[in-house]
Write a protein that binds this ligand. Structure first.
Ligand code: LHQ
Length: 266
């Protein structure tokens, strides 16, 4: 069957949906078509019961260089009216929200440079694993824009206010080692083994109690903007749901029987 996608590659391996941005000659810049295809692919992964973990990565030497500036420039040259706010509301913001709201783990395998909205896309994922040659560039200010695609939300939360502002003011990038030191990425892997080891990690997550992980994601998302009282109450509510999963029963049974649990994501 031919693929419904031109700008991304979608495949499934052992419970993991792998979404590869595939415009390597443009460093996987996010064209309108790619944004639409990413939304469709994320929606397929979300509704597919076989998928228990999602990976987003890039083909070639970049994760993504952010919004496609050549597309934008073409419109400026034609003197078309361009409303960046509308563009964000229509294409970028729904993508970021889809990743955050999806009750499945979403992992960014940052294979190379992640800049501008490409950085936003990586930050919206539940965690980032970087190749040793990856770079994280808050490129927006270099083109006279402000951080978008969730960067104003995630950057200060992950880095603290002053480091986030430093990246914003300078527009300079940080390398994978510094990103790791600052807590922006959870692992840095050698170039040669990057994809194999990153996917191995994702497959291990996909064999875990993925429904409870999804519930945990929902509770943590909510706690980011709530009071302690609300967070505690929501934990109690979500724990009630987690307590009804078969993975919880299996986890307790496996513990008492001193064996490895066999989780199914149900
Ligand atoms: C690109 C891009 C790119 C097109 C490299 N577009 N072609 C903005 C507007 C609208 C609404 C929504 O939100 C946003 C948010 C944003 O994302 S704004 C920020 C947009 N991104 C950037 O400003 C980053 C621009 N790219 C760069 O600064 C560099 O390319 C980086 C630092 C990523 C990598 O540098 P190099 O490794 O030196 O590669 P390069 O610059 O030589 O790029 C290779 C090719 O990719 C080149 O094409 P060419 O035909 O000359 O080989 C670039 O033009 C193309 N490319 N980024 N965003």
């Amino acid at each position: 069957m031919s693929s419904p996608y031109d700008t991304i590659i979608y495949e499934k391996q052992e419970g993991v949906a792998i979404i590869r941005m595939n415009r390597p000659e443009k460093l996987n810049a996010l064209s309108q078509q790619m944004l639409e295809e990413l939304a469709t692919a994320l929606s397929s992964a979300e509704s597919d019961p076989e998928v228990r973990c999602v990976v987003i990565t890039g083909v070639g030497r970049a994760f993504s260089a952010g919004a496609d500036l050549s597309e934008l420039q073409a419109r400026y040259e034609k003197q078309e009216p361009v409303n960046l706010g509308q563009h964000l509301r229509r294409y970028f913001n729904p993508l970021i929200l889809r990743i955050r709201r999806m009750e499945k783990p979403v992992i960014a395998l940052v294979n190379g440079v992640a800049a501008g909205a490409g950085l936003g896309l990586a930050l919206a994922c539940d965690l980032r694993i970087a190749s040793e040659d990856a770079k994280f560039v808050e490129a927006f200010t270099k083109v006279g824009l402000i951080p978008d695609s969730g960067c104003t939300y995630f950057l200060p939360r992950l880095l603290g206010l002053d480091k986030a502002m430093e990246l914003v003011m300078t527009g300079d990038g940080i390398d994978a080692a510094e990103a790791h030191r600052l807590g922006l990425v959870s692992q840095v892997l050698p170039r040669q083994e990057f994809e194999a080891q990153g996917l191995q990690f994702a497959k291990q997550v996909a064999r875990g109690p993925t429904r409870s992980i999804g519930y945990a994601k929902r509770a943590i998302n909510r706690a980011l903007t709530s009071s302690l009282e609300d967070a505690l109450e929501y934990e109690a509510y979500m724990q009630e749901l987690a307590g009804r999963t078969s993975d919880h029963l299996e986890g307790v049974r496996a513990f008492t029987e001193k064996r490895q649990p066999q989780f199914t994501g149900r």
